[in-house]
Design a protein around this ligand. Sequence first.
Ligand SMILES: Nc1nc2c(ncn2[C@@H]2O[C@H](COP(=O)(O)OP(=O)(O)O)[C@@H](O)[C@H]2O)c(=O)[nH]1
Ligand SMILES: [Mg+2]
Length: 258
Amino acid sequence: MKFDELDKKMRIFETAHDHIVLPDIYMVARIDGRGFTKLTKQNHNFEAPFDERFRDLMVETVRHLTNCGFKVIYGYTESDEISLLFAKNEQTFGRKIRKYNSVLAGEASAKFSLLLNDMATFDCRISQLPTPQNVVDYFRWRNEDAFRNALNAHCYWAMRKQGKSAKEATQKLNGLSVAGKNELLFQYGINFNDIPNWQKRGIGVYWETYEKEGVNPQSGETVLTQRKKIKIDYDLPMKDAYSEFIQNILDEHEEEDA
Ligand SMILES: Nc1nc2c(ncn2[C@@H]2O[C@H](COP(=O)(O)OP(=O)(O)O)[C@@H](O)[C@H]2O)c(=O)[nH]1
Ligand SMILES: [Mg+2]
C-alpha cells in the first residue's frame, strides 16, 4: 500500500471520534494532581493540612497555564486542583477536547515537576457549560469545596497531631455538622475564622489592568498607557459575593470582545 493511502486509512482511527466543543459553549478545564495524597505526605514532607511551599508550586503552575497559548480568562486553585476558564471565543486546536485534555495535563505536569524537582502528574477534564450561570455555579462549587476541605482537613490534622489514629479522626469527623467541626477545632485552640482565606476559599489568578506612565517618543510628552498583569488573589470573596465576582469577569470579557 502506498504511504498516502495508508496515511489516509489509518488517520480515520485517530480522528473519527474527535469531539469538538460547540461554538458559544464555555469551556472550563479542571486539572487535578494524580496521587497527591502520597506525593504530599510520603514522597515529600509537606506540612499538613496546608503548606505554603505547596501552595506556591500550585500558584506558579496556574500562572504558567494562563500563559501557555490558550485564552485563559480566570484561573483558580485549591488543594491539588486547578480550574481554568477559557474565553468564549477560544479557538485553539479547533476546540478539540482531546487536545485540551492532553496538552493541559502535560503542561501542568511538566511545570509542577520542574518546580518540585521530582516527577508529578496531573489529569485534566473539560466541563462544557452552556450558560454564564453554569460558569458561575461551577466556580461557586469549587469555592465551597475549598471551604469544606479546609474545615475537614484542619479538624483531621488537629486530631492527628494530638495522637488520634487516622481511623479515629475519620470516624469522629463523619458524625459532625459544620457547627460541630468548628466547635471541635475550638477545643484544639483553633478559631476557624482566623484561618487564612486562601485556605478556605482557594486562590484566583486573573488579568488586571493598570496604568503605566510612558514618554511619547515623538512629542516627548508623558502619557498614561493601559497595561495588563497577572494578579494572584489570596483573598477571594465567598458565597454570593464570589458568584458576583465570577459574573464580573464574564461581563468584562464580553465587553472586551464586543
Ligand atoms: N500535606 C499537604 N497535603 C496537601 C496540601 N494541599 C493538598 N494536599 C493533599 O492533596 C490531596 C488531594 O486530594 P485528592 O486529589 O482527592 O487525592 P489524590 O487522588 O491522592 O491526588 C489530599 O490528600 C490533600 O491532603 C498541602 O498544602 N499540604
Ligand atoms: Mg488529586
